[in-house]
Design a protein around this ligand. Structure first.
Ligand SMILES: Nc1nc2c(ncn2[C@@H]2O[C@H](COP(=O)(O)OP(=O)(O)OP(=O)(O)O)[C@@H](O)[C@H]2O)c(=O)[nH]1
Ligand SMILES: [Mg+2]
Length: 195
């Protein structure tokens, strides 16, 4: 599948604001600054469709993008940014759990984890939720361009083993929004799930 059109639809801070059209969606989940917006931009071949920035915690809303006039990409707010006030963190957690729990049209989640680091506790909590709610997900190991090529196979293998115990984990793919590595594979998995 090739992405030929992508348009911003809405930003939501509450599940009641989400589209009610039943259109299938793919959501992007990961800690703040891990590269969610950059990954969406890379998949869409657009520089600044999803707002990306050097300042973590920038994406505070669930941002909906209509892709090929067929399905949505949902850029979820990043978690785990220390400077966000407690109250925001807890309302964010509630929003995400409500979303994952009750969103029937959610077809696939792309869980982003930094390729260079071990997943955080919150990362593991998120994949735990995904598995619990039976939501298929793929793990994208982001910023793979920052990893020396010689280390890549071992890091990917370790990550595969770590996520293997989750039935809903469909694949672990190294990804870079700079080099484009992993783009085709991620797109392939997304199209398979949308069929
Ligand atoms: N080297 C490298 N840098 C990246 C990559 N992807 C994202 N970045 C950088 O990482 C920073 C954060 O990227 P974003 O895409 O804004 O991250 P995000 O997950 O959307 O962040 P929030 O919206 O704050 O949750 C930016 O400075 C990006 O340029 C990548 O694949 N390689
Ligand atoms: Mg973002």
């Amino acid at each position: 599948m090739k992405i030929t059109s992508a348009e911003f639809i809405l930003g939501a801070t509450h599940v009641r604001q989400l589209p009610k059209d039943g259109v299938k969606e793919v959501a992007f989940l990961g800690r703040s600054n891990v590269g969610k917006s950059s990954l969406i931009n890379k998949l869409c071949g657009r520089k600044s469709l999803a707002r990306s920035s050097t300042e973590p915690g920038k994406t505070r809303e669930m941002n909906y993008y209509l892709i090929n006039r067929q399905f949505y990409f949902v850029d979820l707010p990043g978690y785990g940014y220390a400077k966000v006030p407690e109250q925001v963190k807890s309302s964010w957690g509630k929003l995400i759990e409500q979303y994952l729990k009750g969103r029937d049209q959610l077809t696939l989640v792309v869980q982003l984890v930094d390729a260079r680091h071990e997943p955080t506790e919150l990362d593991m909590m998120m994949v735990g939720w995904l598995d619990y709610y039976s939501i298929p997900f793929l793990v994208a190991l982001t910023k793979a361009d920052k990893l020396p090529t010689s280390k890549m196979p071992r890091f990917v293998e370790e990550a595969r083993q770590r996520f293997a115990r989750f039935d809903c984990c469909k694949e672990v793919v190294p990804f870079s929004s700079i080099s484009g590595i992993g783009k085709n594979e991620v797109m392939k998995i997304i199209s398979t799930h949308l069929e």
